[in-house]
Design a protein around this ligand. Structure first.
Ligand SMILES: Nc1ncnc2c1ncn2[C@@H]1O[C@H](COP(=O)(O)OP(=O)(O)O)[C@@H](O)[C@H]1O
Ligand SMILES: [Mg+2]
Length: 346
């Protein structure tokens, strides 16, 4: 059996399938080429994901509000008959935690212990205020799991180890692997008396959001599978766990791409891309691209006040520049190198 400390610090033995990671990173790249996103679409996506994420994360934990009821509670401030006050608080608190995470990411702040405690504090607000934002001081079991979380006295030290690990690894692992590890390590330590799953999923998504990914939603209908892959991870078989998280990241990327691509590319801009998007695809800044467009070197059209181009036109321009600079380099080379001068006619 590995020491608990090993579980918290040295677990990068096996990970996500290379093919899946490549597919995720490819979709992420595609998403990045569509930036900046139209604000009204972002707002709708955020709203949709806030509801999905709140409903599913709470349902996994045992909350019985349906998706529609969750919507009424968090977006309309309504109460649902026959549902406990606690279930209402869970929904409202979760929405507030998501807002907190988004704000945190916007401010470009760094994950630390205070943040983990702050999120947990919101999760248990009005439900168990004495435990909210506090590490547990009793030992616990996880219902439905074999894994017995570490004894309460070890938690401060294990969390310190966790953060040391995190700061060391955060620039070395892919965002998806980092997020998945963070989630697993936190549920493994189980630092709180309750709310560990919800808090850990919020922090996992905080890392994804910090890296420009959409949040991953572990679906309530996948709860059994989720518990199964966590149990495998407890036995140090991590691949299925990683792929499970990876697929949920991929699912969110697909939803984003689907919404952003159809609206943006096909209808509004007839397949053109803005110079800002073009700039994201090459080494040139927007101003230089605008100069190229104005002088006709980059094929572009003007729609209202903005220049629009296409991916193809941009690639065409870049290829031309490369070809010409090769030609130029060859000419320069021939001019200075005696060996490359044509022989026999000097
Ligand atoms: N075998 C396991 N190993 C580690 N963590 C687990 C395992 N099985 C379940 N969990 C985690 O424990 C969480 C439940 O703990 P709990 O403190 O009640 O959180 P919450 O109240 O947010 O659901 C699950 O959501 C899951 O993330
Ligand atoms: Mg619970």
């Amino acid at each position: 059996m590995p020491r608990i400390a090993d579980k918290v610090t040295n677990m990068e033995t096996d990970g996500i399938d290379a093919g899946l990671l490549k597919s995720i990173e490819g979709k992420k790249h595609e998403l990045d080429t569509l930036r900046p996103f139209p604000p009204e679409i972002v707002r709708k996506l955020d709203e949709q994901f806030t509801l999905e994420w709140t409903y599913n994360s709470n349902a996994i934990e045992g909350n019985t509000l349906s998706p529609r009821e969750t919507d009424l509670v968090i977006n309309r401030g309504l109460t649902i008959g026959n549902k406990t006050l606690q279930e209402h608080f869970e929904a409202v608190n979760h929405k507030q935690s998501i807002q907190f995470v988004y704000d945190f990411v916007k401010k470009k702040k760094e994950l630390d212990e205070a943040l983990v405690l702050e999120i947990h504090k919101i999760i248990l607000k009005n439900i168990s205020d004495a435990d909210a934002g506090q590490y547990r001081n009793v030992n616990v079991m996880i219902r439905g799991a074999v894994h017995l979380p570490p004894s309460a006295v070890k938690i401060p030290a294990l969390m310190a180890e966790f953060f040391a690990w995190y700061y060391e690894k955060k620039s070395k692992l892919s965002a998806v692997e980092l997020a998945a590890w963070v989630h697993y390590k936190l549920v493994y330590i189980h630092p709180f008396i309750d709310g560990n799953g919800r808090t850990s999923r919020l922090i996992m998504n905080l890392i994804l959001l910090q890296n420009g990914y959409p949040p991953a939603v572990i679906l309530h209908i996948d709860r059994r599978k989720y518990y199964q892959v966590l149990q495998e991870a407890d036995r140090e078989h991590y691949t299925n766990y990683f792929n499970f998280i990876g697929r949920s990241v991929e699912r969110s990327l697909l939803i984003y791409l689907n919404v952003l691509k159809s609206k943006d590319d096909k209808e509004d801009r007839y397949g053109y891309i803005s110079l800002q998007e073009a700039s994201g695809l090459c080494e040139y800044g927007v101003e230089y691209l605008s100069y190229l467009a104005r002088t006709g070197r980059l094929k572009a059209v003007k729609l209202r006040k903005n220049w629009l181009t296409t991916r193809e036109a941009l690639m065409d321009y870049i290829e031309n520049v490369k070809k010409n600079s090769k030609k130029q380099a060859k000419a320069d080379n021939e001019a200075v190198s005696p060996n490359s001068r044509p022989k026999g006619n000097g």
